[in-house]
Write a new protein. Sequence first.
Length: 423
Amino acid sequence: MKVLIVGSGGREHVIAWKAAQSPKVDKIYCAPGNAGIEEYAECVNIGVMDFDALAAFAEEKQIDLTIVGMDDPLVGGIADVFEARGLRVFGPRKNAAILEGSKAFSKDLMKKYHIPTAAYENFTDADTALEYLKTARFPIVLKADGLALGKGVLICNTLQEAQDGVKEIMTDKKFGSAGNCMVIEEFMTGREVSVLSFVDGRTIRTMTSAQDHKRAGDGDTGLNTGGMGTFSPSPFYTKEIDEYCQKHIYQPTVDAMAAEGREFKGIIFFGLMLTKDGPKVLEYNARFGDPEAQVVLPRMKTDMIEVMEACIDGTLDQVDLEFEDNAAVCVVVASGGYPVSYEKGFLISGLDTFKGKDGYYVFHAGTAKGKDGIVTNGGRVLGVTATGADLKEARAHAYEAVKWVDFEHKYYRNDIGKAIDEA
Ligand code: AMP
Ligand code: GLY
């Protein structure tokens, strides 16, 4: 079969790599893709929001399955456009992708269906929000309602910070229309875990757990980023916690969406906080995590294409997901200055070192073909992933491999997976 992948990051690279392993797949296209994805896919220069051009391409090439990696096109309704043209697509429709697209929606859903999450209020005007803050307890968390590249969450320690935050989100519209509405919620403490799952509208199959490192600097300092590194599994995500989440969070979320007439087919990414009062939902995403996918998919034994087809066909109950009994660590190699400002176009050396080395992978996040070779083309440039028998071995391998690649202003965190030592 022929597959089209929509997106251009490290997540889409690992999706392409995994799709290429499926005996069912003969040919892969990726729009727009990047220099690393080209190893597995023919990259076509169509923008991820150009749904008509993407659908026309899928028709012309007789694509059997389109996999949408990114949130923006899903929230914008790409799946609806493809379905209306009779094209098979993996990813939720617009009315289900709202689970990620609107934090106010997701909070209201959790409240209505008693899914554990932080206490909150939604606001549509700045004055009411400012009034509410006067009686609030700090720290407190402000969230722009819509998509904001993972940056629309502000943790405020004082009333002044929170007042400034309301102004940034709602008055100055720092995150654009994402700030037309805002959630103010209780600050939670605990360990964070990312659990990704396949969903067919009724049945949910969770993948192995992972943990992200969202801040730019070592020791969780600096600004929030899309994610600076991950490890999988999380040693803190025990069997008991999993059982609790399956019963109180995962299946109830799928059932709630179905009950609302918003049948969810695709990936639900549960961002969880393991609090002393039990696991609570921090956020939902409607797609694979990036860089969570880079540690979860390399550990997955099951044919990803088969699982995605089962999600579309509503036969996920007949699928068993299997994962290797090993561990993986991904260290994101960024361009110095990310997430604020950084330059592009630096030549990358050492990519060939990964060739033929089992258990070592370099997934491209922001790269392009330059005249002398592959160059940097984004803030997050590469995701160096390694597996190992356990987390410590995987971490040692990942930090060994991160030295193989080089480019000007190369930057990465030195403490990805440090939490493993506390397990
Ligand atoms: P989100 O995009 O909602 O996952 O938020 C980004 C990050 O902000 C999360 O990964 C957490 O580290 C942090 N965060 C979000 N909500 C809360 C909360 N209620 N309490 C504490 N930290 C939070
Ligand atoms: N790494 C977090 C995300 O993909 O949203």
